[in-house]
Design a protein around this ligand. Structure first.
Ligand code: ZN
Length: 366
């Protein structure tokens, strides 16, 4: 990480801002208001929140920080929630959802004893904008033209979807994989460092990576993306889904393995899942929130004429609805992580839940 890690929380923001002249500040306000909003929020964060810079990315004469915010329990044995947004630069709503949740927590943790108590039991790491260069340029990939979600060193087993599954021909076409065998892109290496430092060795961790652009409704995807067979922790995912649906029956997330929709090369969360669950005793459940953007387009077909209109609600009331409708789900993940010992299936419940999960999600490829 960088030297800024050791500074007090609030010092990271002015240090980044000091490097920008008036023209660059104008460029940022015009092209990356998400970063401006985030910096405003973090500059006022309470001292118990740690703000650091996980990586810096250069584009168009600007240096853009990848901020990392850490809250809650310091013990290495505490369960962890990892929130990530802005992996794909076009999917601004993901960064906005994560920032909205962070804003709520940073304001409430000053006075809310129940929240303070919860944060005493769970650690939270937030990367609201992993790909600031891509979002600045209004493109899916990072400034090198690499699709960060196709850039991990893992190959789809068979039949990856043509192009969409990741391609090696050109960085000027979408879904470009890059050269993961040599090294992942800097943004992904920063995320990998966070995973190494924060996730390994914990009894329970859950990640939520917020995307948009696929489907009619909001979906929760889990590994794998590289093959159709179920992951080892499938019983735990089903237990979490049942827990959620019992408590929040009026929410309608569709839970599915990503492979139900398409197979891809280089999926980051497949990579991290295999890395973590291979060695340690702890459980790591990487989830992706895929906000269904097609209904935003259906209600307002003119959005098709704008690239960002395919991925984001462009009408204020729909944006506000998206920003508030996922707060419960993220809160729920904190509570579920803090009390994972109450619901995570033990050896006796695991076989039955696994059978049920196979029936639910993998009947077709049995
Ligand atoms: Zn995405």
């Amino acid at each position: 990480m960088t030297e800024l890690r050791d500074l007090t929380p609030h010092a990271a923001i002015p240090a980044e801002q000091a490097g920008r002249d008036a023209r660059q500040r104008r460029q940022l306000r015009a092209n990356l208001p998400e970063l401006v909003t985030l910096e405003r929020l973090l500059a006022e964060a309470p001292e118990s929140a740690t703000v650091s810079v996980a990586e810096r990315v250069s584009t168009d004469g600007l240096t853009l920080p990848v901020y990392q915010v850490t809250l809650g329990a310091a013990e290495p044995s505490a369960p962890l929630v990892l929130l990530v947004g802005g992996v794909h630069g076009l999917e601004r709503i993901g960064t906005q959802v994560v920032t909205a949740w962070l804003s709520m927590v940073l304001h409430r943790m000053r006075w809310d004893r129940a929240l303070q108590h919860l944060l005493g039991q769970v650690r939270v790491v937030v990367l609201p904008l992993l790909n600031p260069g891509g979002m600045y340029r209004n493109q899916r990939s990072n400034p090198n033209g690499v699709d960060l979600m196709r850039n991990a060193p893992i190959r789809a087993q068979s039949g990856s979807t043509f192009m969409l599954g990741g391609q090696r021909w050109s960085r000027h076409l979408p879904w470009y994989i890059g050269t993961p065998e040599q090294a992942m892109e800097p943004e992904n290496q920063a995320l990998a460092r966070v995973i190494e430092e924060e996730v390994i060795g914990r009894p329970f961790s859950v990640a939520l990576d917020c995307h948009s652009g696929f489907g009619w409704r909001d979906q929760i995807w889990f590994p794998y993306a590289y093959r159709r067979r179920p992951m080892r922790r499938i019983a735990s995912v089903l237990a979490l889904k049942l827990l959620w649906e019992q408590a929040y029956p009026n929410h309608e997330y569709r839970f599915e393995p990503q492979s139900t929709h398409y197979l891809t090369h280089g999926d980051l969360w497949d990579h991290f899942y295999k890395r973590i669950n291979r060695g340690t005793q702890g459980a790591f459940l990487p989830l992706t929130l895929e906000m269904g953007s097609w209904r935003w387009v259906r209600k307002r077909p003119g959005q098709l004429l704008r690239l960002d209109g395919l991925f984001n609600p462009l009408v204020p009331h729909r944006t506000r609805r998206a920003l508030r409708s996922h707060l419960n789900w993220i809160d729920f993940l904190l509570h579920a992580a803090a009390s994972h010992d109450q619901w995570l299936p033990g050896q006796d419940q695991e076989p039955l839940l696994r059978q049920a999960a196979l029936q639910l999600w993998y009947r077709d490829n049995a």
